[in-house]
Design a protein around this ligand. Structure first.
Ligand code: 5AD
Ligand code: SF4
Length: 442
């Protein structure tokens, strides 16, 4: 029987969480999850559409897979995720080695689709839903370290930032029943997991109403944190316009809610933020940074930024660099603007910044952020952190690595520590990306 499935995931953490849901849906129906692509009967590619280069990468991957299909002619390839949703017809026409296409809200249909796929046939299912949250599905953690896991708490986005394709690929915002989230976190803890990251495109909009009571994001965080003090809780991503003091207070009140906030700024220019439809000003953003520093003085702050959005002047770009100098991020995901079809920008704005200017501005942001990250890390030398051990360091099997509450990776000598254990580590050295330390008894 041809039932071995290999899942390959691109893009964000949401996609990783979705692949685990797909794995669960298929394994319940008798499909087995295969670790080696060369043994697979079905190859599922969970795709990202956020920038053009993400889509080009998938196109290239599909060409590479032709060689594998020449030796195993029965192998069928399916495209899942945002790219499936965005360009289903185009994919069907242009990629002749793709047999099925399934959008982010249609994964329950996968087993039936696979069972009906006959040679040469193609199928697509891309309807978006206003209610699908996969709440009842316990994800299969098929590629896991056994210590950290993602839990998807809401789906979709309706902020309609001018550059972003997500509202069109993932549909309307909907929250998942908190009881199912707590149950999932509980099960993970019982299986030995020690950290969960609650995921949503904009977690601060999480809202569940039932029998006259409302559970918002701060309450949900508290419910998960109260499962056990040994279970760390993280979350991603927050929209600055909705980052409330109540959430920061909840974080301060629970020792096991990690002190790390990802707060995408996108630009430091008031004019650009307005054009991007971000619905906050640089002043508002800096006020939120102050609030974080007030409630959680040792909190790390990370961000996303876009260089070269429509009409961005040198002055706008300088405002972004200035924002970076003021906030002093611990980490930043930095991107060149990529025009996406269907978005507000595609319909109403001009992609008028030449590529070499976008590249130069991006490089300036990257260089500045590199300096800041190194300076921030240098200040960590001498401090002692509680580190959750995740596994053996990629560089040397004599060393382990883990992360502190601030989500910084710390490498240290192995001794007889085990993954899942909390160890106090004193930072002794650093690079811009990693802290190096030694265990202390404290
Ligand atoms: N071009 C470049 N970067 C983008 N992002 C979203 N859309 C685009 C785009 N069209 C970035 C934003 C977002 C992150 C997930 O990807 O910074 O926060
Ligand atoms: Fe994730 Fe957005 Fe990429 Fe979709 S388009 S995979 S939601 S980052």
């Amino acid at each position: 029987m041809k039932n071995k499935v290999y899942i390959e995931t691109y893009g964000c953490q949401m996609n990783l969480a979705d692949s685990e849901i797909v794995g669960s849906i298929l394994s319940k129906e008798g499909y087995s999850l295969e670790k080696d692509i060369n043994h697979a009967d079905y190859i599922l590619i969970n795709t990202c559409a956020i920038r053009d280069n993400a889509e080009q990468r998938i196109r290239k991957r599909l060409r590479e897979l032709r060689a594998l299909q020449r030796n195993r002619q029965w192998v069928k390839i399916g495209i899942l995720g945002c790219m499936a949703e965005r360009i289903k017809n185009q994919l069907m026409e242009e990629e002749d080695n793709v047999s099925f296409i399934v959008g982010p809200d249609a994964y329950r249909r996968l087993p039936e689709m696979l069972s009906h796929l006959h040679d040469g046939e193609k199928m697509a299912e891309t309807l978006l839903s206003d209610s699908e949250t996969y709440a009842d599905i316990e994800p299969v953690r098929y590629d896991t370290n056994g210590i950290t896991a993602y839990i998807s708490i809401m789906r979709g986005c309706q902020n309609y930032c001018a550059y972003c394709v997500v509202p069109y690929t993932r549909g309307r915002e909907r929250s998942r029943d908190p009881q199912t989230i707590v149950a999932e976190a509980n099960t993970l803890f019982e299986k030995g997991y020690r950290e969960v990251t609650l995921l949503g495109q904009n977690v601060n909009s999480y809202r569940w109403q039932c029998n006259g009571t409302t559970v918002g994001f701060p309450q949900l965080m508290a419910m998960v944190a109260e499962i056990n003090p040994l279970l760390r809780v993280r979350f991603a991503t927050s929209h600055p316009k909705d980052l409330s003091d109540e959430l920061l207070q909840t974080m301060a009140e629970h020792k096991n809610i990690c002190h790390c906030i990802h707060l995408p700024v996108q630009s430091g220019s008031e004019r650009m933020l307005k054009l991007m439809n971000r619905r906050y000003t640089p002043e508002w953003y800096l006020n939120r940074i102050e609030a974080i520093r007030h409630y959680l003085p040792d909190c790390s702050i990370t961000t996303d930024v876009i260089a070269g959005f429509c009409g961005e002047t040198e002055e706008d770009h300088k405002a972004t660099l200035e924002m970076f100098r003021k906030v002093r991020y611990d980490y930043a995901y930095m991107f060149k603007f990529s025009m996406r079809p269907d978005t507000y920008a595609a319909k109403h704005l001009q992609d008028d910044i030449p590529d070499e200017v976008k590249t130069r501005r991006l490089e300036e942001i990257i260089a500045l952020q590199g300096e800041i990250a190194l300076e921030n890390n240098t200040k960590e030398i001498g401090k002692v952190y509680e580190v959750l051990v995740e596994g053996v360091s990629h560089r040397s099997d004599k060393q382990l690595f883990g992360r502190n509450s601030q989500n910084k990776v710390i490498v240290f000598d192995r001794q007889d520590f085990q993954p899942g254990q909390y160890v106090n580590i004193k930072v002794t050295r650093c690079t811009a990306a990693t802290l190096i330390g030694e265990a202390v008894t404290q």
